[in-house]
Design a binder for this molecule. Structure first.
Ligand code: NG6
Ligand code: CA
Length: 511
């Protein structure tokens, strides 16, 4: 009798373990990457912003690990996202530059990616939001199946915008098909020529609700002039002011649909990239105009998204990484009051430069890991890079991935170690620099030191630049002359990592 009872108890226990009601310890953790677009190091109150309030990002920062020295792989979007998803330095891929909306997919479909690794480990994988890694293999038919794209590089579910909010096509794409497309009103896209009879920002200023400052004077959608020309697809066109709510709803729906299996969600938000189009209920929520207002809108979305995780009982079993694809820019091509109403806010915080820049503000971005009950709240000064998420996530799900560039820093992400990278090659608009220890070396580059239209110093100089970030985070003192041995050591490591000839890296002689 006693034996029988024991056997029954055991069987009941086995049964419990084999049904979907697995004990919490056995569940594979969900992984969510919340990725903002152009959010600067100084744009979040947890990172020192005082003119803007981001309570929901702060809650993650203060309840998790707030990294002070974490980097995007690049100071612009496409290369940065390439590095994030593939764990490969973007400068290894010559196509990893800011892409037009018609560009072909730049991730090889045979390439290892985060979603592929996680799929193999039994995860459902999804992307909601900005893609900007190209679609198709050449000429895309926007009215048919648009592939290859996110589905072919590992995402089971993909609800995206193709490129950026300021580029055509201004439609959502649902697993390879334009959402809400009326077949009687087909979409045509060109980055070379306008379609007959279609108004443009350049020729029809009277139709604009937002004025262009530089670039952005092609097709007009919702009163906003864009980059590229588009015809047709009226019913499918997105509403800019509803985009945040729309992506949020899709992200929440994804979580609800997949809460009973381990999932990976890449929630790629569009803020605060241009055009900054806050929903009316956020207009005026800061004194900074649309750029401030969309940051508050993004913060609200993050709060709502977190509520969903909580309501679904997933918070204790979900690792969340919140970060940005590149540093901030104030005027990125529209007159939207960002410059005029900036006040004392510093989107770059204490850092020099911004988006497009090899200076710190180009790639050093807010980076937060949060896992309720698992990660101890702390600030980490470890040097980490978004490219390392691939190897770290692989490690989290118990698979090992042989990678050249991505390094496993799971213990660092979980706040169990502060030993990060020894070195990191940073990229900005096809130029690279080396970070090693406290030092940053920028090789000589031709070209203007500043992009005038966006008013950002991008790091070009005819001479080597060497900064000690520990003593001089704002990069004001070039120590190249003062520390020749250090400079040489940096050049040595740089040329080795980049695989370039040492003799080619030298000061530029001006004629
Ligand atoms: C630039 C655009 C800028 C922005 C950027 C991409 C012009 C003049 N400027 O070429 O507005 O769209 O590309 O930003 O067109 S990113 O965050 O996606 O890299
Ligand atoms: Ca960006």
């Amino acid at each position: 009798m006693k034996n029988l009872l024991l056997t029954t108890t055991c069987m009941a226990a086995v049964a419990a373990c084999t049904t979907s009601e697995k004990p919490a310890t056995e569940l594979k953790p969900n992984i969510v990457v919340i990725y903002l677009d152009d959010l600067g190091y100084g744009d979040v109150s947890a990172y020192g912003a005082t003119q803007i309030n981001t309570p929901n990002m702060d809650a993650l920062a203060n309840g998790g690990v707030r990294f002070t020295d974490a980097h995007a792989t690049s100071a612009t979007c496409t290369p940065s996202r390439f590095g994030l998803l593939t764990g490969v330095y973007p400068w290894r891929n010559k196509d990893a530059n800011i892409l037009p909306g018609t560009a072909p997919l730049i991730i090889d479909t045979a390439q290892v990616t985060i979603p592929k690794i996680l799929s193999k480990a039994g995860y459902h994988t999804g992307i909601v939001g900005k893609w900007h890694l190209g679609l198709g293999t050449g000429v895309v038919d926007w009215n048919g199946h648009i592939a290859p794209g996110p589905n072919e590089v590992g995402f089971d579910d993909a609800y995206i915008m193709a490129a950026t909010q300021d580029r055509v096509p201004t439609v959502y794409i649902d697993n390879g098909y334009v959402d809400n497309l009326d077949p009687n009103d087909p979409i045509e896209i060109s980055y070379q020529h306008n379609f007959e009879g279609e108004p443009t920002g350049k020729d029809n200023p009277e139709l604009l609700t937002m004025k262009w400052h530089h670039g952005h004077n092609n097709s007009i959608v919702n009163g906003v002039p864009r980059i590229g020309f588009m015809k047709g697809g009226e019913a499918a066109k997105w509403s800019d002011v509803d985009m945040a709510d729309h992506f949020l709803a899709k992200a929440q729906e994804y979580v609800k649909d997949h809460k009973n299996e381990p999932f990976f969600l890449y929630y790629a938000m569009q803020q605060p990239h241009v055009p900054r189009t806050p929903h009316p209920r956020f207009v005026g929520s800061t004194t900074m105009g649309p750029r401030g207002d969309v940051i508050v809108e993004a913060d609200w979305c993050i709060g709502e998204f977190m509520k969903t995780l909580e309501e679904e009982g997933l918070l204790e079993n979900t690792l969340i990484v919140l970060t940005s694809d590149n540093g901030p820019v104030i005027n990125d091509g529209y007159y939207d009051d960002a410059v005029e109403k900036l006040g004392s806010h510093t989107p770059s915080g204490p850092l020099r430069g911004g988006k497009y820049s090899l200076f710190e503000a180009g790639t050093r971005v807010p980076f937060i890991t949060y896992w309720k009950g698992k990660v101890e709240p702390q600030v980490s000064d470890a040097l980490v890079c978004q490219m390392d998420l691939l190897a770290s996530f692989a490690s989290l799900v118990g698979t090992e991935e042989k990678t050249t560039d991505s390094q496993d820093f799971l213990p660092v992400l979980l706040g169990e170690s502060t030993t990060g990278r020894e070195n990191l090659v940073l990229e900005a608009t096809s130029r690279t620099a080396l970070r090693k220890g406290d030092w940053l070396m920028i090789p000589p580059y031709r070209g203007a030191a500043k992009i005038q239209s966006v008013n950002i110093e991008i790091g070009n100089s005819k001479d080597f630049q060497l900064y000690n970030l520990k003593d001089d985070l704002g990069q004001q003192q070039n120590l190249a002359q003062e520390h020749p041995a250090k400079l040489e050591e940096m050049i040595e490591t740089y040329t080795t990592l980049r695989g370039v000839d040492r003799s080619k890296i030298k000061p530029i002689e001006l004629k």
